[in-house]
Write a protein that binds this ligand. Structure first.
Ligand SMILES: NC(=O)c1ccc[n+]([C@@H]2O[C@H](COP(=O)([O-])OP(=O)(O)OC[C@H]3O[C@@H](n4cnc5c(N)ncnc54)[C@H](O)[C@@H]3O)[C@@H](O)[C@H]2O)c1
Length: 370
C-alpha cells in the first residue's frame, strides 16, 4: 500500500512527499528513488522529529498501526492510517481521544467509499430515491488465500488481529454499508470458519499477493487461528435487516465487493469489479444499468469523478479522492472533514469485536452507538 499511496499522492497537486520510512533502508530508498524522494529511513521516529513534515501515512501491517499512529499524534502530526485502525477497540478509542485532544486531522483509509458510483448510491438514498431502506446484502470475496500453501502476515493474528477476512475486507464492506445507508448496525450474529487450521508459512517474509511463487523447501507448517470466511446476519437502524459474507477462499473472486440496498421505492446494486456501472431495480418499470458519466450523476456524486463518461475510474482513483479531501482539510483548518476518520475506524473495531463475541458465544451480539 505504500506504493499505492505514493502514486495517488503524486496526483494531488498541492502535496509533497518528504520521506519514506521502511523496515529495510535499501528497500525504502529504492521505492523513494522511483518517485524522486531523497529521504528514506529505517526508523520512523526520525521523521517524527522533522518539523517540516505535516502528516504521516501509515501503510504497514495492522498490529503496528496503533503505536505508529500514537507516536505521530503525540509528535503533532496529522495521521492518515490504513484500515483497520488497530487490533482492538481500546487502542482505537485511545487514538480517537488523542487526535481529538490535539485537534489533529485523522483519517482511516476506507477509500472504497469514493468510487463515483458508490457516491451516486449514497446520494440517491439521501435524496429519497430508494425510499426507506429495508434490506442490505452482499459480499466481499477473494481467492488469494484459497490453498494451504498461500501465506500472508494477515493470517498471523499477532500481525493482523484476531479477525482476518472480517477485519481485512469485511470492515470495508460494513463501512460502505453504513456510509451508504446512513444507518448503524445495531446487533449482529456471526459465524466464522477457518478451513485451513494449518498453513505452510514461508521462512522469509513475503509481500501481499506474493505467496504463489514459493517453493516447498522454504516453508514450515503453522497453526492458523484467523478465519478464512465469515457470514453475518445484522439489524440496522430501526427495522432494516441485512446479511453479508467475507471470504478469502472463493476461487475466481479477486476483489468482489458487491452490495445491494433494497428500499421501499427502488433498489441499487454495485460491484467493485465493474465499478463504473450501477444497477437500479424498479418494481413497476424496467430496471436500468447506468454508467458513470459525471454530467449525468447527482451533483454531489459527480465531484468524485474527474474523468468524463467512457473513461473508467477505479481503485487507484479512490485514493486520490480521499487524499485530496484529507489534505484540503489540513490546508483549511475550519473545514469539516469529508472522509472517514478514526471514529469510523473505531466503529469498525466495535463491529469486529461484536462479530468475534457472537461467533464465540454462538448468539447475537449488541452494538453500542458512539
Ligand atoms: N485501503 C485498502 O484498500 C487496502 C488494501 C490493502 C491493504 N490495506 C492495508 O494496508 C496495510 C498494509 O497492507 P499491505 O497489503 O500493503 O501489506 P504488505 O505486506 O504488502 O506491505 C507492508 C509493508 O510494511 C512494511 N513494514 C512492516 N513493519 C514495518 C515497520 N515497523 N516500519 C516500517 N515498515 C514496516 C513491510 O516491510 C512492507 O513493505 C494493512 O493495514 C492493510 O489492511 C488497505
Amino acid at each position: 500500500m505504500g506504493r499505492v499511496h505514493l502514486e495517488a499522492l503524486r496526483r494531488v497537486e498541492f502535496v509533497d512527499v518528504a520521506a519514506i520510512a521502511g523496515r529495510e533502508l535499501g528497500a525504502a530508498k529504492r521505492l523513494g528513488a522511483g518517485f524522486g524522494i531523497e529521504t528514506a529511513v529505517d526508523d520512523y521516529h526520525e521523521l517524527l522529529e522533522d518539523v517540516t513534515i505535516d502528516s504521516v501515512h501509515i501503510c504497514t501491517p495492522n498490529a503496528t498501526h496503533y503505536q505508529m499512529a500514537k507516536d505521530a499524534l503525540l509528535a503533532g502530526k496529522h495521521v492518515l492510517c490504513e484500515k483497520p485502525l488497530s487490533v482492538s477497540v481500546a487502542e482505537a478509542q485511545e487514538l480517537v481521544r488523542l487526535a481529538r485532544e490535539r485537534a489533529l486531522r485523522n483519517c482511516v483509509c476506507h477509500n472504497l467509499r469514493y468510487y463515483p458510483m458508490v457516491q451516486q448510491m449514497r446520494r440517491m438514498r439521501e435524496d429519497g430515491d430508494l425510499g426507506e431502506v429495508l434490506v442490505v446484502q452482499g459480499t466481499y470475496s477473494q481467492d488469494w488465500l484459497l490453498y494451504a500453501t498461500d501465506w500472508n502476515w494477515r493470517i498471523d493474528a499477532k500481525a493482523g488481529g484476531a479477525l482476518r477476512a472480517m477485519g481485512d475486507i469485511g470492515s470495508h464492506w460494513f463501512d460502505m454499508a453504513e456510509h451508504l445507508t446512513g444507518l448503524r448496525v445495531q446487533s449482529l450474529c456471526a459465524d466464522l470458519q477457518t478451513f485451513h487450521s494449518t498453513r505452510k508459512r514461508p521462512k522469509q517474509s513475503v509481500e501481499t499477493f506474493g505467496g504463489k511463487l514459493l517453493s516447498a523447501a522454504a516453508v514450515e507448517d503453522t497453526q492458523v487461528h484467523t478465519e478464512d470466511f465469515g457470514a453475518v446476519l445484522f439489524r440496522m437502524g430501526e427495522s432494516a435487516r441485512g446479511a453479508m459474507t467475507a471470504s478469502q477462499v472463493s476461487a475466481g473472486r479477486k476483489n468482489h465487493l458487491s452490495i445491494e440496498v433494497y428500499g421501499t421505492k427502488s433498489s441499487v446494486r454495485w460491484d467493485q469489479e465493474r465499478p463504473d456501472e450501477l444497477w437500479i431495480g424498479q418494481r413497476n418499470s424496467p430496471n436500468q444499468v447506468i454508467v458513470k458519466d459525471p454530467s449525468l450523476l447527482k451533483k454531489a456524486a459527480a465531484t468524485y469523478a474527474d474523468l468524463p463518461g467512457g473513461h473508467s475510474e477505479g481503485y487507484d482513483d479512490t485514493f486520490k479522492q480521499i487524499f485530496r479531501r484529507f489534505y484540503t482539510s489540513i490546508a483549511e483548518l475550519e473545514s469539516a472533514p469529508e472522509y472517514p476518520q478514526m471514529l469510523d475506524g473505531l466503529r469498525q473495531m466495535r463491529i469486529m469485536e461484536a462479530e468475534l463475541e457472537s461467533h464465540r458465544k454462538r448468539s447475537w451480539a449488541e452494538l453500542a452507538d458512539e
